[in-house]
Design a binder for this molecule. Structure first.
Ligand code: P1T
Length: 380
């Protein structure tokens, strides 16, 4: 990995002023096809699904941020995950977290599961349980840390040792932490996946996904699938992510600080029975989070003492926190995972507490956010 600082990489990695014009931001290359001098002789681009210069800039930039030798952009986070899940063959097994984004579970259980891929949900913070779930046919250990929406923490280094002992690869969904707070490949993960829709884009205006790896065989396969299955992002979307990413560090510094204050505030509210935030000393994953993350993130979940009815009242009552799915952008969002983002895990081992509310802390003035939550909690 380059020795330059992370903020420098955010602005410059993979990006030089355009060679022809000097433009300081990458041009959005809309051409679908590229002239060839002779059959097979060209400037590196043939057809825009196979390779696009604007996408190439994003792939170089985000690979550098993750410390990866290869990276591939996809049309959504789930499209990126789908490419990695295609490493598995019928009869293979995936160890999955017992808490994860509902769409990830749906993709594994209802798409890949239908093609004979087996999966075992496990609490990834319990390493004995992970070891017990690993079988010879286990091809992947799939981790989220922090998890969506319970914000559980898994020890990436220990998981990678366990996975490698059994010949499995460790995949880490780094969407909640981003490479600014956590670099899974340096901790032993084989593959990182992202929803770029969240913190990387950062402004609720682009959907995208990414796969980063130092594993040559995995890179070969994902690169092949990116072209062969074709779930590529548009050049404009790639540009939007590049634009958003430049402010990732400054956005997250403020968002993490506000989230920590909000977590402490919630912990004192009588209407709240439990605050789930890895930055709190009381969080069971606090020490591991401290060791593997540079800050604790800007997602905060909490459980209402009054259960689901109270959670639904609070979700409907905030004014600054917009009631909406998704996360990671400049505006603060509130949602009820059991009935919104995680509806597809109902009845599974990943079921979400119906009294749980998830916050994505944005960039508004902290006092305004606290006042908004205080007023909403009065209605719990
Ligand atoms: O939405 P998409 O870009 O396809 O990304 C899917 C995805 C993958 N991984 C994690 C950890 C995620 O949180 C998501 C998407 N999550 C939401 C939309 C949400 O509100 O939780």
């Amino acid at each position: 990995m380059s020795e330059q600082g992370f903020e420098t990489l955010l602005i410059h990695a993979g990006q030089q002023p355009d060679k022809e014009t000097g433009a300081v931001v990458p041009p959005i290359h809309l051409a679908t096809t590229y002239a060839q001098e002779q059959v097979g002789r060209h400037k590196g681009y043939e057809y825009s699904r196979s390779g696009n210069p604007t996408r190439g800039v994003l792939e170089s930039a985000l690979s550098a941020l993750e410390g990866a030798s290869a990276g591939f952009a996809f049309a959504s986070g789930l499209a990126a995950e789908d490419a990695v899940l295609r490493f598995c063959r019928p009869g293979d097994r995936i160890v999955i977290p017992n808490d994860a984004y509902g769409g990830t579970y749906r993709l594994i259980a209802r798409v890949h599961g239908e093609y004979g891929i087996e999966f075992a949900p496990v609490d990834l913070s319990d390493l004995d349980a992970v070891a017990a779930a690993l079988e010879t046919r286990t091809r992947l250990v799939w981790a989220e840390t922090p998890t969506n929406p319970h914000l559980r923490i898994a020890d990436i280094g220990s998981l990678s040792r366990l996975a490698h002992e059994r010949g499995a690869r460790l995949v880490v969904d780094n969407t909640f932490a981003t490479p600014y707070l956590q670099r899974p490949l340096a901790l032993g993960a084989d593959v990182v996946v992202h929803s770029m829709t969240k913190y990387l884009g950062g402004h609720s205006d682009v959907v995208g996904g990414f796969v980063a790896t130092n594993d040559e065989e995995a890179a070969e396969r994902v690169g092949f699938l990116q072209n062969a299955a074709g779930a590529v992002p548009s050049p404009f979307d790639c540009y939007m992510v590049l634009r958003g990413m430049k402010t990732l560090a400054v956005r997250l510094d403020r968002q993490c600080a506000s989230a920590a204050s909000i977590a402490s505030f919630l912990a004192e509210q009588p209407a709240v029975s439990e605050v789930l935030y890895p930055g709190l000393d009381s969080h069971p994953g606090h020490e591991i989070a401290k060791a593997q993350m540079s800050q604790f993130g800007a997602m905060v979940s909490f459980i209402l003492a009054g259960g689901e009815a109270a959670a639904l009242r609070v979700a409907a009552a905030t004014k600054l926190f917009t009631l909406a799915e998704s996360l990671g952008a400049v505006e603060s969002l509130i949602e009820h995972p059991a009935r919104m983002t995680h509806l597809s895990v109902a009845g599974s081992a990943l079921e979400v507490d119906p009294g749980l509310i998830r916050l994505s802390v944005g960039l508004e003035t902290l006092d305004d956010l606290l006042a908004d939550l205080g007023a909403a909690l009065a209605k719990a």
